[in-house]
Design a protein. Structure first.
Ligand code: ADP
Ligand code: MG
Length: 587
């Protein structure tokens, strides 16, 4: 048996050391198999290196686009500390050389390691680009403060150590950060160890790059899955907006980094949709929902447990773009729904207008056909009246024929008005004047029925092009309806006003009002809810015909038991010789 020499012992110790480092590299690689999020992965590696190196602290710095993620594990605390700081580029290395070191010497060293560029005068760099000192006081004099003393935010934790190694963390082909091993002991590392550490950290670098790529791929998949599910939900036939928003809010947690502690809420038009675990407090990310350019609500994602700061609070940059994308999708969905509703309303209106027009044509035809025989009946009845020696009974009967024929002619006239078969005799009209004239004949009727008439006329109205007698007819029909709607009396308001393009007449009562069902039919000729001798069902049909033939429109609001409000708009007359509308006051 060969006797063990010193050099044999050294060789076997060295061999064991290499094997240990190899095992460490493998453990780091194994960490990439799990699906841990970015921060947890860095914590895992840092913790492994701390245990393996037996140092007092290990810090892993990862350079992101414009910030630096720092994860520090130390023997003094259980949980690694993770912070994200702004990445400070070193404008030039020269200031370091000229007049000694600036206050953040260790920071400068870190930057040199990451940028793989250091002044020749600094001899503490290994061939692999690592900075290495066994005695900070000697190599970076003045960089170390007394233990526990805080010098500056970024360097305070480093300063209490004596041995420091900063090893570049190299990704696919560039330095992506560094790993710092820190020990209070002097001369904790030797050259051979540094080389072994460099190899392990190289493996760690590849593992980090791989893991980051996997993590962002996973984030992307989650993001796309979320948007895809959202699109599918939106296409669900006949789904109500409320159900859709509830569905969307339930989709959100799965797309965030920590689904188990993620809650979400969507608020739209004052209504909220939340996941069961939603709570008011906690770190949150939110995006506004705009509908037709106006903010109408927001989406909020809340973490129910505190998580370390990342790109945006504890949230990832990808999550910001996802929440914005979801907000945009909700905008699109809500706007599409509104457009569909408007389309349906418009179609309803068109159908209504079309129905009125058809009925109009029909009535016009009937009216024409009836006009002549009615005229004959009336004429012959009046002729018969002139016959001598009629018995009083016959005279009374013929009188009835005359009265009934006149009544029938009235109806025919109204039908023709409704069907716009009677062309308006238009002049320039001041609505205040016409309404005042019309009310003159209605006041006594109001008073008799216990109706208080309130007038509020805009003092200065532009003229409209209208047929005054038709406007009288409109007023009479509306006022008579209002009086009939207030059988025990009430208040009738007649208001005129003006906007930039219309003169507006409002007739408002506080009578019985109408149900939605009635409201939808009031302009149909012969539609009435009144007894035979109270109503013909032609009043509002005529009002409609007249207003439309004047290029105007009618809006009605009615609440059963509260009252009814008719608003009639007539276009302001365009005057050739006058840009400003003319202004007549009453009286
Ligand atoms: P008529 O008055 O002959 O019934 P109209 O065309 O004038 O016919 O009115 C149609 C129907 O509209 C009425 O029967 C009534 O039900 C309803 N209506 C009209 N105006 C009012 C009002 N101011 N308040 C309540 N209901 C009204
Ligand atoms: Mg009526």
């Amino acid at each position: 048996m060969a006797k063990n020499t010193d050099s044999d012992t050294n060789r076997s110790t060295a061999g064991k050391q290499v094997a240990d480092f190899l095992r460490m590299a493998q453990r780091i690689l194994r960490c990439t198999i799990g699906e841990s999020a970015r921060v947890e992965f860095l914590e895992e590696i840092t913790g492994l290196l701390l245990g393996f190196s037996e140092c007092d602290a290990v810090e892993l710095r990862l350079r992101l686009e414009d910030s630096c993620l720092r994860c520090e594990a130390s023997s003094d605390v259980d949980q690694p500390l993770v912070i994200e700081t702004a990445f400070r580029r070193n404008p030039s290395l020269n200031p370091l050389l000229g007049h000694g070191w600036n206050s953040d010497r260790v920071e400068d060293i870190c930057r040199m390691v990451i940028e793989n560029h250091h002044p020749a005068s600094l001899s503490n760099f290994s061939r692999g680009g690592s900075f290495w000192t066994g005695d900070l006081d000697q190599d970076l004099p003045g960089s170390r403060t007394k233990e526990g003393a805080v010098e500056s935010e970024s360097s305070s934790t480093v300063m209490m150590y004596a041995s420091l190694v900063a090893i570049p963390l190299i990704g696919a082909n560039e330095t992506i950060g560094l790993v710092m091993l820190k020990s209070r002991e002097r001369h904790c590392f030797n050259a051979q160890e540094i080389e072994l550490y460099e190899n392990v950290i190289q493996t760690a670098g590849l593992a980090v790059v791989n893991q980051l790529a996997q993590a962002s791929l996973r984030e992307r998949i989650k993001e796309l899955t979320c948007l895809y599910s959202l699109a599918q939900l939106a296409e669900y036939p006949n789904i109500q907006l409320e159900d859709l928003l509830q569905g969307i809010v339930e989709l959100l947690p799965a797309a965030w980094q920590y689904p188990a502690i993620t809650a979400a809420r969507i608020t739209l038009h004052g209504r909220s949709y939340t996941t069961a675990n939603h709570r008011e407090e906690g770190q949150r990310q939110s995006a506004e929902i705009f509908i037709h350019g106006k903010s109408r609500g927001r989406i909020e994602v809340v973490y129910t447990e505190a998580k370390p700061d990342l790109d945006e609070g504890p949230f990832l940059r990808e999550e910001r773009s996802l929440i914005d994308a979801v907000a945009r999708q909700i905008t699109l969905i809500a706007e599409r729904r509104l457009a569909a509703e408007e389309r349906t309303n418009l179609q309803d209106q068109l159908r209504h207008a079309d129905r009125l027009a058809t009925i109009g044509q029909l009535s016009a035809g009937v009216a024409h056909e009836l006009n002549e025989p009615l005229g004959n009946i009336l004429a012959f009845a009046q002729l018969a009246q002139k016959c001598p020696e009629l018995s009083p009974q016959v005279v009374r009967d013929i009188e009835k024929i005359v009265v009934t024929s006149l009544h029938a002619r009235e109806i025919v006239k109204k039908l023709m008005l409704f069907a716009r078969q009677m062309p308006p005799q238009t002049t320039q009209v001041n609505l205040n004047v016409t309404i005042e004239e019309g009310l003159y004949f209605l006041e006594s009727r109001c008073a008799k029925s216990g109706v208080v008439l309130e007038r509020r006329f805009a003092p200065c109205l532009p003229t409209i092009t209208a047929d005054p007698s038709q406007l009288h007819q409109v007023l009479v029909n509306l006022v008579v309806n209002a009086i009939q709607a207030m059988p025990t009396g009430g208040t009738l308001k007649i208001v005129t006003s003006v906007d930039d393009r219309h003169v507006i007449l409002t007739v408002e009562d506080d009578g019985m009002g109408m149900s939605q069902d009635i409201l939808e039919q009031i302009f149909l000729p012969f539609f009435t809810t009144k007894d035979v001798n109270e109503g013909t069902g032609l009043g509002l049909a005529v009002v409609h015909g007249i207003v439309v033939s004047h290029g105007g429109r009618i809006d009605v609001e009615s609440t059963p038991g509260k009252g009814t409000r008719f608003e009639l708009r007539f276009p302001v007359a365009v005057q050739k010789d006058q840009k400003e509308p003319s202004c007549h006051d009453l009286g």
